[in-house]
Design a protein around this ligand. Structure first.
Ligand code: LMR
Length: 396
């Protein structure tokens, strides 16, 4: 049977992780995969997570099944983190998932099964796995313009025009904050206009919230989602705890649904759990239990928010430091956009050849599309790195 398979196209982000791991050069710099790093290039276990984990080991008395929705207390705390306290709880439900990607896949499976010919609109550009997940769920894929690669500017009018062509019931995938890969987010007035369009045309917003806390703060980063939730009748959220709790390999996420009323929400939730049962039956517990302990305990929660805020500030400082170093090296303001964008990523505007040259000549690893993980920049090497970037990007 296997002889019929053709070789798989490698995932560009995961492939880069392997190339970096195998590179023997000690000065190598990983600006590829989206993980937070400290000044030493380490991805630390957050202090509150470490303490919650120790407590879990002592307090846990059983490992029996929890069911397809996972840990219900975790689910409620995540709803609060995402929606605050404004949204009617009876219209909301949530299901713990294996990471944010697990949430995306189960939600898109659910939405694709709700009608034949379901269509999901994703931004251009977007996280490369979005298109793959839509295809895996056998939904139709459309894209809407988002950022102009030449100028790094948001294409808001074009985005709105494109979405006017969407049909009622189409799903519109939105990055809740810290757009991946561009770092370009909507401001609140743009969220308002978008919300009106989505509600008016009966489009279904599916919000991917993978970086809450890394843009302008935990509450601020949820403002767009909360604006939507106040107006649209139905929406979905795929949220990840990988980055804001640093529990990447534990696979912790949540799929949330907002329905028109409690009865419809419950029916959709039942269907969602049915999808889960056939795909992976139940989510892994450990990481979500740790997150639940952090969110339930005021002292751990305080530590966690402080550490997350420190991480966020570090990225903001790295952004302005790197933009300043590039300004100095190139004697232009071409890269000033880096300082104004938000979250882990920006696209530097490198061609595939320039990306390869950065890797071969300078051991600097960036995404195939020119995406840089700002959190991977060592502050003490910003000048040296800006020389590498300027020399490669200035050559055609
Ligand atoms: C990324 O965009 O680098 C992260 O979300 C990791 C991944 O799974 O692609």
């Amino acid at each position: 049977m296997f002889e019929s398979f053709s070789p798989a196209e490698p995932d560009s982000i995961l492939e880069l992780m392997g190339l970096y791991r195998d590179d023997p050069r000690s000065a190598k710099v990983d600006l590829g995969v989206g993980v937070y790093k400290d000044e030493q290039g380490r991805t630390p276990i957050m202090s509150a997570v470490r303490r919650a984990q120790a407590r879990l080991l002592v307090e846990q008395t059983t490992k029996t099944y929890l069911g397809s929705a996972g840990d219900t207390v975790f689910n409620s705390r995540m709803i609060e983190l995402l929606f605050g306290h404004e949204t009617d709880g009876a219209r909301l439900c949530s299901c713990q998932t294996p990471g944010g990607s697990g949430a995306l896949r189960t939600l898109i499976e659910l939405l694709a099964s709700s009608r034949s010919g379901a269509t999901v609109w994703i931004p251009d550009p977007s996280w490369p796995n979005h298109a793959a997940v839509v295809a895996a769920a056998r939904a139709n894929l459309r894209t809407y313009p988002y950022v102009d690669p030449a100028t790094n500017e948001l294409r808001f009018e074009e985005m709105i025009e494109a979405l006017k062509a969407a049909n009622p019931g189409d799903v519109v995938l939105l990055h809740g904050c810290c757009h991946n890969p561009t770092g370009v987010d909507l401001d609140l007035s743009q969220w308002t206009l978008l919300t009106e369009l989505l509600a008016g045309r009966e489009l279904f917003p599916l919000v991917d919230m993978a970086y809450q806390g890394f843009g302008d703060g935990l509450e601020e980063d949820a403002a767009g989602l909360r604006k939507l939730a106040a107006i649209v009748p139905e929406l979905g959220v795929a949220a990840s705890c990988s980055k804001n709790f640093g529990v990447y390999r534990d696979r912790v996420g949540v799929a949330a649904l907002l329905g028109r009323n409690a009865e419809e929400t419950e029916k959709a939730f039942g269907q969602l759990l049915g999808k889960v049962r056939t795909m992976y039956s139940m989510p892994p517990d450990h990481g979500a239990a740790v997150v639940r302990i952090v969110l339930e305990d005021p002292s751990l929660r305080g530590d966690w928010t402080d550490e997350l805020e420190e991480m966020r500030r570090r990225i903001v400082n790295l952004r302005s430091g790197f933009a300043a170093a590039l300004r100095h090296q190139t004697n232009t303001d071409r890269y000033d956009f880096i300082a104004h964008q938000r979250g882990m990523f920006s696209r530097i505007g490198a061609t595939r050849e320039q990306v390869d040259r950065l890797r071969s000549d300078y051991a600097v690893y960036i995404g195939r599309d020119g995406r840089i993980n700002m959190a991977g920049l060592p502050e003490h090497r910003l000048d040296e790195l800006s020389i590498a970037f300027a020399s490669v990007l200035d050559r055609s």
